[in-house]
Ligand binder design. Structure first.
Ligand SMILES: [Zn+2]
Ligand SMILES: [Zn+2]
Length: 154
């Protein structure tokens, strides 16, 4: 749980940082992506006119299967621009877990790839082009009798 003392905030700004277990994310693991890293956060909480302002960063890691080359890899996700605002704060303690969680969940990559430069698999022979170079491309242009036909269609 991520929370802070409202009473203390009335006297001074509060800096909190810490870690929560992976279950904090409350996102199911799948074959394509799983979450086993702690959630790390660092927040600055201050009283501003009209409410409570919270800024900071929250991040975690994941293990994924690359959508291009099908290799397992580890990645990070999160934001350093977390910004939450609460009006009319009452009570001695404010629990912001759910809002921090929501802000982190939207940062989970939709497109799971090991890197921007991942070359993926050869669509013909299936070899991993990040690690090896197949000869499929060579046969594609030049001596391929069908290349002339393709030009006609265009
Ligand atoms: Zn990849
Ligand atoms: Zn190939």
């Amino acid at each position: 749980m991520i929370s802070f003392s409202v009473d203390l905030l009335k006297k001074q700004d509060i800096d909190i940082q810490g870690e929560e277990p992976p279950s904090f994310l409350d996102v199911g693991n799948s074959e394509m992506i799983s979450f086993r890293d702690n959630v790390r956060y660092k927040l600055h909480i201050s009283l501003v006119s009209g409410g409570v302002l919270i800024k900071g960063c929250v991040n975690s890691g994941y293990e994924g299967v690359c959508g291009r080359c099908l290799e397992h890899f580890k990645g990070e996700f999160g934001t350093s621009e977390l910004c939450l605002f609460y009006e009319n704060v009452c009570g001695a303690e404010l629990d912001i877990s759910e809002d921090v969680r929501a802000a982190l969940v939207v940062e989970i990559p939709m497109n799971c790839i090991c890197g921007e430069n991942c070359l993926g698999l050869c669509p013909r022979c299936g070899c991993n082009l990040n690690r090896e170079q197949c000869s499929c491309e060579d046969t594609d242009d030049g001596n391929n009798p069908w290349s002339e036909l393709n030009k006609l269609k265009l």
